[in-house]
Design a protein around this ligand. Structure first.
Ligand code: MRU
Length: 341
C-alpha cells in the first residue's frame, strides 16, 4: 500500500479522502495540484506530505526547466522555483516535515549548472528523502517495540501507518514491529474525529495485516484506560519542539492527560525530520484551523475545527525516533534527535 509513487513524470497519489470505500489513484503533473492535494488531504500524515512536497518541487523544476529552454535563464528559473517551494512548504503549516523536505529538495539544486540539471538533482533528493523515511520507520519500529512488554495491548490515535509515511509507519511502525516479533496482543484504535483517520485508515491498514484491532469512539478512551490492560499509548507527531512539546492530531493531548492519570506510558514515535530545534516550545507551533464543513453542525451553528493540539512535554514518557529513544529532559536529550540540529 503506497500512498505516493513517482511514475517517472507524474506524482501518483492514493486518494486518502475516499478510503476505504474507494481505492482510487490520482496522477498529478502540476506542482500547484500537489499543493491542493496536501491541503485537501488526498495525501496526509506528516512524513508522507514531506515526500509529496519534495516530488511537488520536482514537478515545478521540470515545468520551469522546459520553459527555460525557450526563455528562462538560470537566475529567473531559481527565483520561480523558490516561489513554488514556498507555496509547497506552506500547504499545511504544522507539519515540519513538509517544510524540511521541500527546503532539502530545493538546496539540492544549489550546485546545478542548468535548470535541467537542477530538476534531475531535485528528483534524486526527493527519492532519497522517500527511501530514508522508509528506513527511519523500520528503525523507529525496532526501537519502539523494545519498550513494550509481552502480549501488549496498544492504544493509538489517528493514522501513522504506511499511508501516512513512505511506508511501514511511525507509531504503527512500532505496532507492526511488535506484531512481527510476536509481542503484540492487539490494538485499540480511536476513530479520530472529524475525518476518521483511525476508523477509515488505521483500522483498514491493520485489518489487512491481520493485526487484531478494536475501534473505539474517541470519547471511550478514558474508560478503556481506567479499566486497565493498555500497555502503552503510542502516537505520531506533526512537529516536536526543542523542549519536547508535541503537536499532533487533535485529541492527542487528551490521550496524554488520560495516560498520565492512569499510569500508562505515553510514547511519541516520529522520524528525526519531525523534531524541530528551531521551534523552541509548542506555543510557537501554528494550529491549523480547518474548514468548519468537516464537522457536522446545524446551519448557523458556529464550529471550531482545530486539526492539531499540542501535548506538553511533561506528559510524554519518551520520544522514539530512528536515532533511538529520548527521555526527559528533552531540551537536552533531543539535541541529537533532530534532523536540523
Ligand atoms: O491531519 P492528518 O491526517 O495529516 O494528521 C496526521 C497526524 O496527526 C499524524 O499523527 C502525524 O502526521 C504523524 S503521521 C506518521
Amino acid at each position: 500500500m503506497r500512498p505516493i509513487e513517482w511514475t517517472g513524470g507524474r506524482l501518483r497519489l492514493l486518494d486518502q479522502r475516499l478510503l476505504p470505500a474507494r481505492v482510487e489513484l490520482v496522477e498529478l503533473e502540476r506542482w500547484e495540484d500537489v499543493v491542493v492535494a496536501i491541503q485537501s488531504m488526498q495525501v496526509r500524515g506528516a512524513p508522507a506530505i514531506g515526500v509529496a512536497g519534495a516530488y511537488g518541487l520536482v514537478l515545478a523544476a521540470r515545468t520551469l526547466a522546459a520553459r527555460a529552454l525557450s526563455h528562462l535563464d538560470l537566475p529567473a528559473f531559481r527565483e520561480q522555483l523558490a516561489t513554488a517551494a514556498r507555496q509547497l512548504a506552506a500547504a499545511r503549516p504544522p507539519a515540519v516535515n513538509l517544510r524540511w523536505a521541500v527546503a532539502r529538495a530545493l538546496r539540492a539544486a544549489d550546485a546545478a549548472a542548468t535548470p535541467t540539471d537542477a530538476a534531475e538533482r531535485i528528483l534524486r533528493e526527493a527519492q532519497a528523502i522517500e527511501a530514508e523515511d522508509l528506513r527511519a520507520n523500520m528503525a523507529i519500529g525496532a526501537h519502539g517495540a523494545a519498550l513494550l512488554p509481552l502480549r501488549a495491548r496498544v492504544l493509538t490515535h489517528c493514522n501513522t501507518g504506511s499511508l501516512a509515511t513512505a511506508g511501514y509507519g511511525t507509531a504503527l511502525g512500532v505496532v507492526r514491529a511488535a506484531w512481527e516479533q510476536g509481542k503484540l496482543k492487539d490494538v485499540v484504535a480511536t476513530e479520530t474525529r472529524p475525518l476518521l483517520q483511525g476508523a477509515r485508515l488505521t483500522a483498514w491498514e491493520l485489518s489487512q495485516e491481520g493485526i487484531p484491532t478494536t475501534l473505539i469512539v474517541d470519547s471511550a478512551a478514558a474508560s478503556i484506560l481506567r479499566d486497565g490492560g493498555i500497555a502503552a499509548v503510542i502516537v505520531g507527531a506533526d512537529r516536536i519542539a526543542a523542549n519536547g512539546d508535541v503537536a499532533n492530531k487533535i485529541g492527542t493531548y487528551m490521550l496524554a492527560v488520560l495516560a498520565k492519570a492512569h499510569g500508562v506510558p505515553f510514547y511519541v514515535a516520529a522520524p528525526s525530520s519531525t523534531v524541530d530545534v528551531d521551534t523552541p516550545t509548542g506555543s510557537a507551533i501554528p494550529v491549523e484551523q480547518r474548514d468548519p464543513s468537516e464537522v457536522a453542525a446545524p446551519d448557523g451553528v458556529e464550529v471550531s475545527n482545530p486539526a492539531f493540539d499540542v501535548t506538553p512535554a511533561d506528559l510524554v514518557t519518551a520520544i522514539i525516533t530512528e536515532r533511538g529513544v529520548f527521555t526527559p529532559p528533552y531540551a537536552e536529550s533531543l539535541r541529537s534527535g533532530a534532523a536540523n540540529a
